[in-house]
Design a binder for this molecule. Structure first.
Ligand SMILES: Cc1cc2nc3c(=O)[nH]c(=O)nc-3n(C[C@H](O)[C@H](O)[C@H](O)COP(=O)(O)OP(=O)(O)OC[C@H]3O[C@@H](n4cnc5c(N)ncnc54)[C@H](O)[C@@H]3O)c2cc1C
Length: 331
């Protein structure tokens, strides 16, 4: 970090140092009163869909000096790595923003959050790909799987996107194009959405069989395998802030499936009051930023020199992505 401005790590000496002669431990009191970043709550919970939730259970740091936010732990860690003795004084906010802008990520790993999450298994499958978290999941081998399933309403059923092979955007019912289509095809779209919801309900009805067979003595570990992936699971999920920001970048993005996006947005809402400076910097430098490739930079330079701003690529997807970026930049 060449021209980093870092405040000296030298702190005033603590008022009282309690030393128990019988022990080797020196207990240094805090310089200012400490406050609980969760305000004394046992959990901060946001309900999601009909049966889901995400609850913040714990934080590290849980206590922070009065008047500060948990962002302080990032600054504290960064100042250790830069060492004491640097003369320039910088605001904590500026330091955090510098660290994020320059991807100096380890100080963000010093902050951790533990969540309790209830989500359908198809969401859990996507979530578990984020390997840097610690996870403890509800066991369908030990316990009966609860009778809870994710089911969108007819209005929420999405069509397969033509541009994004992994996604669905437009709904069958309600949107202007859907109304137009239905007036031409006699409500065909609405019928398809209704049929889909019925198909999910038929899958949910398998729960009665699951209960009957476990009662008849089939092991829980086998009986559960006939249930659909819309059934809910729960886990505790602990992750450091650096990797949480990575999770949020990927899962708050428009390319992520809507259902996991709902959870990611709720996670953001839970954390924003606790680490507001970091979250603001992350929005500025990551979530709402635009990353340009070399070809895109060349296209931009070409625009300045009278070019049409198109990129030199024979890849149609890459070209389409550039058009989306251009539109977002108003070019
Ligand atoms: C829109 C979208 C679509 C996706 N589609 C698919 C799909 O079709 N099929 C599929 O299989 N997956 C898919 N994924 C999952 C994706 O490939 C990643 O596995 C997932 O997003 C987790 O990202 P990550 O590896 O950065 O996160 P984490 O696993 O949390 O890792 C964070 C970072 O830690 C480091 N790291 C972690 N583990 C290792 C390791 N073993 N070695 C070296 N470095 C490591 C890497 O820098 C990594 O970026 C999709 C993800 C998204 C967001």
């Amino acid at each position: 970090m060449p021209d980093m401005e870092v405040q000296s790590a030298t702190a005033p000496p603590p008022a009282v140092v309690k030393r128990d002669p019988a022990e080797k431990i020196t207990r240094v009191p805090s310089e200012s009163p400490l406050v609980d970043v969760m305000g004394g709550s046992s959990r901060h919970e946001i309900r999601i869909h009909e049966h889901g939730f995400i609850a913040l259970m714990d934080a590290m740091p849980r206590l922070c000096p009065q008047g500060q936010t948990a962002d302080f732990a990032i600054v504290q860690a960064a100042r250790v790595s830069y060492g004491a003795g640097t003369k320039k004084v910088n605001e904590d906010r500026g330091l955090i923003r510098y660290l994020l802008r320059h991807r100096h990520t380890t100080p963000f790993e010093m902050v951790e959050f533990k969540f309790h999450i209830a989500m359908p298994i198809f969401i859990a499958r996507q979530w578990i790909r984020h390997r840097t978290a610690n996870v403890n999941e509800y066991s369908g081998r030990y316990s009966i799987v609860p009778d809870q399933f994710y089911k969108p309403t007819v209005e929420q059923v999405r069509k397969q996107s033509k541009s994004n092979r992994q996604g669905g955007e437009e709904t069958f019912v309600g949107s202007e194009s859907a109304k137009q289509r239905d007036s031409e095809t006699g409500q065909e779209g609405a019928r398809t959405a209704e049929e889909f919801v019925k198909y999910l309900e038929e899958a949910e009805a398998l729960y009665a069989k699951y209960t009957k067979l476990t009662e008849a003595g089939v092991s829980r570990e086998l009986a559960r395998i006939g249930l659909p992936v819309s059934v809910y699971t729960q886990w505790y999920w602990k992750c450091d802030l650096h990797n949480i920001l990575r999770f949020l970048s990927l899962r708050m993005d428009a390319h992520a499936q809507k259902e996991i996006r709902d959870y990611a947005e709720a996670m953001y809402a839970l954390l924003e009051p606790i680490v507001p400076v970091t979250m603001e910097a992350w929005r500025d430098y990551e979530l709402e930023s635009v990353r340009l490739t070399r070809l895109e930079v060349e296209a931009l330079r070409g625009l300045r020199d009278g070019g049409d701003g198109s990129i030199k690529s024979d890849n149609s997807r890459e070209k389409a992505e550039w058009e989306v970026k251009r539109a977002s930049l108003g070019l």
